[in-house]
Design a protein around this ligand. Structure first.
Ligand SMILES: *Cc1c(COP(=O)(O)O)cnc(C)c1O
Length: 450
């Protein structure tokens, strides 16, 4: 179908996610992607774009990795789907065993679902169910961090600490309180100041203040709190905000002292994004519940997993009333599970996290340099993520980032800003020359837009 017809039909019928549709119909000329391979997308006119955000953070191994394509097609020939209720199959079983082996210690039980939001929903219902089954149903509040994003289904959205996303949906089934996060330039710097790192920040006054406030909140409410949920080290949707590992370590220890469950949402941070396979590792955090999606299937299929330890799993044993009555039509889908196994195999065989370390240093150097561009307020880099915040400060609905998006698109890169935060989160196996090209495009686009 000719590009213009496609766009006309799209504007007539497709309701896009996170999109102001009136503005989209009037002003947007969408990228029409016809093909993707490695770190590049191709549009209908044959022009290519470096995928600066791994297609919403999912394509951790780039697009169309030949081993993932083979795994998918082979699996489709033998078994595309069967329910997982009282039935089982090799992809689900072996993936569970392999996930348990690479996950933080003690997470021995794997519950499958479809995407990040459903992985978080399962985690929330597990946490609430543990306390109900342990005879303390009054423990039903969840502590999340300010600026949190845990997904868009109603329960997950109730945890949101970003006003623009959760207004209209909060105050539902899930009762949430927000704990302050240290507000400092961890893993980055402010224009005109020396660079600070996580360690020095962890001793600062701002850090203490945030920690003390969180302490008080937990102490005062312990008897009504079921769990705390965190995006470890890096809050993606909040604008790629980072906080020190030590805050996480202390928060977890403090919750443990009150018996509060700890849920790590590694939907974005997992699979090496922050420099280690799991961000939890950097804080020596072993959560009670771990949520995985996005990178889990290498961005190929919707597939997610919620891992639980013995305390959580054990609380649902016994009489049938105690069981975890929860699941989805596609729970444990064989296609997704088979591809997810291949993702783990590629991480092992190609030493993905290790080979990405020099790329992480390149990202860091480049964003540190971009921190000096007039109009840039501050920069941050952590693992395979680098970002700058623009001084225009319009928040998530700010337009500053979109000017940079337009400039980058003209130069052959696909960026998707978070308001005034312009970031890259490319595939972990992006080729060095493509990474350099991407970073150069971001810098040139910033200069042109600001
Ligand atoms: C993206 C994201 C989610 C939601 O995942 P979906 O697959 O979009 O439902 C949840 N938590 C975090 C930390 C995320 O980044």
């Amino acid at each position: 179908m000719p590009r213009s017809d496609l766009v006309a039909l799209d504007k007539r019928h497709v309701w896009h996610p996170y999109t102001s549709m009136g503005r989209y119909r009037d002003q947007t000329d969408p990228l029409v992607v016809v093909r993707a391979a490695g770190s590049r997308l191709w549009d209908a006119d044959g022009k290519s774009y470096l995928d600066g955000n791994s297609s919403w953070w999912v394509a951790v191994l780039g697009h169309g990795h030949p081993r993932l394509v083979s795994a998918l097609t082979e699996q489709a020939r033998s078994l595309a789907h069967v329910s997982l209720a009282g039935t089982t199959h090799e992809p689900a079983v072996r993936l569970a065993e392999e996930l348990v082996r690479v996950a933080p210690a003690g997470l021995e039980h794997v519950f499958y679902s479809d995407d990040g939001s459903t992985a978080v929903e399962a985690a929330l219902k597990m946490a609430l169910g543990v306390w109900r089954n342990e005879g303390q149903p009054e423990r039903r509040r969840i502590v999340a961090l300010e600026g949190a994003f845990h997904g868009d289904t109603l329960g997950a959205a109730s945890l949101g600490g970003l006003e623009v996303f959760h207004r209209g949906w909060s105050g539902g089934v899930v009762e949430c309180v927000h704990a302050p996060v240290p507000d400092g330039e961890v893993h980055g710097g402010v224009r005109g100041e020396d660079e600070r790192d996580g360690r020095s920040d962890a001793r600062s006054e701002g850090y203490r203040r945030a920690f003390d406030a969180m302490h008080e909140l937990v102490d005062a409410g312990a008897a009504s709190i079921a769990a705390v949920i965190v995006e470890p080290l890096l809050q993606g949707a909040a604008g790629m905000r980072t906080y020190p590992a030590r805050y996480l370590t202390e928060l977890a220890a403090h919750c443990r002292a009150h018996g509060i469950l700890v849920i790590a949402d590694e939907v974005f941070t997992g699979y090496g994004r922050t420099g280690t396979m799991w961000a939890c590792e950097q804080a020596q955090l072993t959560p009670d519940i771990l949520c995985l999606a996005k990178g889990l299937s290498g961005g190929m299929l919707p597939m997610a997993a919620t891992l639980a330890n013995e305390r959580v799993f054990g609380a649902f044993l016994g009489e049938p009333e105690r069981a975890f009555w929860h699941g989805h039509s596609f729970t444990g889908n064989p296609l997704g599970a088979r591809v997810a196994r291949e993702v783990l195999a590629i991480y092992r065989d190609e030493r993905i996290v290790e080979q990405a370390q020099p790329k992480m240093r390149r990202i860091r150097q480049a964003f540190k340099a971009m921190g000096a561009i007039p109009g840039v307020l501050r920069w941050r880099a952590l693992g395979m993520m680098g970002c700058v915040e623009l001084a225009s400060a319009g928040g998530y609905l700010g337009r500053g980032g979109w000017r940079v998006y337009d400039e980058a698109r003209a130069r052959g890169a696909y960026l998707r800003p978070l308001g005034d935060t312009v970031y890259v989160a490319p595939p972990l196996n992006i080729a060095d020359d493509e990474l350099d090209e991407l970073l150069a495009i971001v810098a040139a686009s910033l200069r042109a837009a600001l």
